[in-house]
Design a protein around this ligand. Sequence first.
Ligand SMILES: CC(C)(COP(=O)(O)OP(=O)(O)OC[C@H]1O[C@@H](n2cnc3c(N)ncnc32)[C@H](O)[C@@H]1OP(=O)(O)O)[C@@H](O)C(=O)NCCC(=O)NCCS
Length: 145
Amino acid sequence: MNDLRFDFIAPRHPLYAGELELRFRVLREPLGHAREDVKFPFEDDSLHLVAHANGDVLGCVLFHPEDAHGGRLFQMAVSPSLQKKGLGAKLVRALEEELRTRGFRHVHLHARTPVVPFYERLGYTLYGEPYEEVGIPHRNMQRDI
Ligand SMILES: CC(C)(COP(=O)(O)OP(=O)(O)OC[C@H]1O[C@@H](n2cnc3c(N)ncnc32)[C@H](O)[C@@H]1OP(=O)(O)O)[C@@H](O)C(=O)NCCC(=O)NCCS
């Protein structure tokens, strides 16, 4: 997709509604969760990276800084028609690049168990025991960037 652009946006940005819609469709609706469930309490304190084309948000990933050195990657989503074409990996790499310039050194995340191989390909490693979140199995993963 030639006109695809990557931008860090804030919740007041015009693309934020599209980001929320993508997050709902990809991450919450398939689990039967309500639209209101898509927002996190630390939404405003997080970095929001979106991939977009012609005003449509096609992918996103968020990062919540937890201290000066690291934080949590969350709400990783790619539009279903574009999955498995490299967009998710590009989003994670672009996020990590920005985090490095901001002085962050560690990223952790809560991976849905079937998606663990996606993060492993990007250098993330498992730690801790499996657990359930939003009603489905998860694993903790981390990476030094
Ligand atoms: C998981 C997700 C973000 C990955 O994005 P994507 O654009 O489809 O992934 P990419 O095409 O960039 O994949 C990068 C690599 O990971 C692999 N990969 C991607 N998803 C995978 C999966 N579910 N299982 C195993 N491997 C996977 C790809 O085959 C590719 O491998 P390669 O480097 O050998 O070619 C996307 O599929 C998605 O939105 N899924 C639904 C929501 C979700 O589960 N989000 C994660 C919550 S923790």
